[in-house]
Design a protein. Structure first.
Length: 142
């Protein structure tokens, strides 16, 4: 495949690099909605929200990742996802996501200050996005 028909994609979190390689397209949950990134995309720097990152490989296969927010940098030949947390979709733990969701919901029921409330809401959003992705992948494999 010609070099100009792919874009290099890096998905990185504090734990380390989770993906690095060429892609035909990359789909990322940006703060204002999903962004589809193709080779020669205009430069962009934006925040991302919790959700699914989908990488279409040059051979037509797709790889799925869950990110818990972060930053997206796009250059014409390279896209970098700097995630707060990132995990390969196949490694996601549904029981842990359900437990995190329940913990966040319980925290919101209590008498907490605004900072704790914001943290609980962020955790709730991450857990809900992770569960949504698990359900979607289950349908794809179905």
């Amino acid at each position: 495949m010609a070099a100009d028909s792919t874009i290099h994609c890096d998905i990185v979190s504090a734990e380390g690099e989770i993906f690095s390689g060429p892609a035909k397209m990359v789909f990322v949950p940006a703060a204002q909605g999903e962004i589809g990134i193709a080779p020669r995309h205009a430069p962009l720097l934006t925040m991302i929200k919790s959700g699914e990152v989908r990488v279409q490989l040059p051979d037509g296969q797709e790889q799925f990742f869950f990110v818990g927010g972060g930053t997206l940098e796009i250059q014409p030949k390279k896209v970098t996802v700097l995630a707060d947390t990132a995990v390969r979709a196949k490694d996601m733990d549904e029981a842990a996501a359900v437990e995190a969701k329940q913990r966040a919901e319980e925290a919101l029921k209590g008498n907490i200050d605004k900072i704790e409330q914001a943290e609980a809401l962020a955790e709730l959003a991450r857990a809900a996005a992770q569960l949504k992705m698990i359900q979607k992948l289950r349908k794809i494999k179905g």
